[in-house]
Design a protein around this ligand. Sequence first.
Ligand code: ATP
Length: 214
Amino acid sequence: MIGIFGGTFDPVHYGHIKPALHVKQVLNLSQLRFIPNRVPPHREEPWLPVEQRLKLLQCALKDYPGIVIDERELKREGPSYMVDTLKSLKHDFVGESLCLIIGMDAFSGISQWHQWRSIFKYCHLVVTTRPGYEQTNIAEQMNIDDYRFLADKITTHAKTLSASENGKILLQSVPQLDISSTQIRHLFNSGLDPGQWMPEAACLQLMRYKTDDN
Ligand code: ATP
């Protein structure tokens, strides 16, 4: 099974890396692919240009050989829809089962994703815990049909995923890091050091970019 972890990484932080590595270990994933998006469909223009987001990922992940940076969304025109990314991964990794790892915050908005129900034809979903986001709030944010569609697929047993190639949703607890890229941007813009929240090489590179801007 291959783990897929998409994001804007604006910038990357330990709240991306540590939960994803935990899932890799629990599910014994053969590899973990971090996929930065070029044009995030559900949010405004990122703080950092795409080349800088990618460079920071490269700096951050150089000491994590178990994580591959996958640039396919950066090379594709138009919005970075996950369904298109999964189709392309299926094409490249024939016969492999894919596990798309997302935080509980992203899961609560999944019914807004482009062709979201089709996603389950291509992968399992692994939904990780994230401080401040509870599963119990999800039902309130979705219409009942969408919620039922998802609820039918949910399991809390990791072994269930290996019984089928796709279509399950695993709720997985992971190390809790109360951090977001938004908080890092705020720290940085207030002149504070976000160093404890991201790998040192990425933090130093970010400082270089921001010093060059001024
Ligand atoms: P922003 O604050 O800019 O919205 P973010 O920190 O949420 O950014 P993204 O790049 O938007 O980071 O998120 C990519 C993925 O990482 C999403 O699935 C999100 O749920 C997950 N994620 C981000 N931070 C954490 C965290 N602290 N714990 C668990 N999952 C996280």
